[in-house]
Design a protein around this ligand. Sequence first.
Ligand code: SF4
Length: 118
Amino acid sequence: AIDPNFDQNREKVGEEKLDELRSSASQTAFGDDVAVWGPVDPPEQLGIHGTHVAVDYDICLADGVCLENCPVDVFTWVDTPGHPESEQKVEPTHEDQCIDCMLCVDVCPVDAIDVDAS
Ligand code: SF4
């Protein structure tokens, strides 16, 4: 499961690593304002994406139930070719729109999402 204390236990990835992440994906759909918490070593290790709504890309299986059910469409698909768990991930692109309903946290089959509702 995602570490709920990721913002204390991990470090934000810098621009250079972000560029590497973007170029390893087959599309540049990583949200510009979405923080990435390392370590990252693309394409196999992609870190945690987002802060208020955080998705552990190294756990995400691309089940998609979060994206399909989020009432305010926080998530968008990103292609992640070469990742061992799944070759698509959900990016919390519109995490600023989140209404803290916790639905995504409850439905994720692998507990890849943390929402900081405090
Ligand atoms: Fe969407 Fe609710 Fe998850 Fe926020 S907590 S991202 S509103 S499903």
